[in-house]
Design a protein around this ligand. Structure first.
Ligand SMILES: C[S@@+](CC[C@H](N)C(=O)[O-])C[C@H]1O[C@@H](n2cnc3c(N)ncnc32)[C@H](O)[C@@H]1O
Length: 194
């Protein structure tokens, strides 16, 4: 199904929890035309590589930044150097991608640019998503997009579902969609400041 992607030769043998959203985001990128994309949580690179490939295929001059300390976490599992090596090799296919090997909070200290599309996919406890969203969504301009994976998961302390529900109550003027497949993808269009 994904054989035509450049990332397939690196990642095709690995499962991805993002499978049901791959074609969606590939097709959505040319609609949104983001100038800058930031991904919090790269892991092997399926979602970041897909977004990068769509930008290249659609002649978009987009810069993509993937941030990960490549140490794993309670939800993705703890892992060693092999995940970083696979992600680095795969993402080297995409000249529009910069990998930042830092914690999200360390990377935040150096970040000061607009983010037209923010993908939050780090550790998934409620306090994590709240912190990542609060810290990073301020860089998203009005009209920009924030997507959060695992919005359908509630086991193992996953808190995206609760956070997404609260966000919709607190900001009814924003636009929201949710894709329920592949653990859920919450999609927000920012319409006012937090
Ligand atoms: C669910 S995986 C990301 C999945 C990826 N988006 C994909 O397409 O498969 C979560 C990743 O976030 C990273 N991570 C979790 N918390 C982090 C933090 N505070 N700072 C940096 N990286 C973090 C983990 O190392 C892991 O690789």
């Amino acid at each position: 199904m994904f054989e035509d992607f450049k990332w397939y030769k690196h990642l095709g043998q690995h499962q991805t929890a993002w499978a049901g959203h791959i074609l969606y985001i590939y097709n959505q990128i040319p609609e949104w035309k983001p100038k800058t994309i930031v991904e919090l949580g790269v892991y092997l690179g399926h979602s970041l590589a897909t977004m990068a490939e769509s930008c290249l295929d659609n002649d978009l001059d987009t810069k993509l930044y993937g941030i990960d300390h490549f140490m794993g976490d309670e939800h993705a599992g703890k892992f060693g150097r092999e995940v970083e090596d696979i992600a680095t090799e795969c993402l080297s296919e995409y000249p529009n991608v910069t990998l930042i090997k830092k914690s999200f909070n360390e990377a935040l200290e150096d970040w000061d640019g607009a983010i037209d599309l923010l993908h939050i996919d780090g550790r998934h406890f409620y306090e994590d998503i709240k912190e990542d969203f609060t810290n990073w969504s301020k860089f998203v301009p009005i009209g920009g997009h924030i997507i959060m994976h695992d919005s359908q998961e509630t086991e193992r302390g996953f808190g995206i579902k609760r956070f997404f529900e609260e966000l919709q109550e607190q900001h009814p003027d924003w636009e929201y969609q949710e894709r329920k497949e592949s653990h859920g993808l919450a999609i927000c269009t920012k319409r006012s400041e937090l």
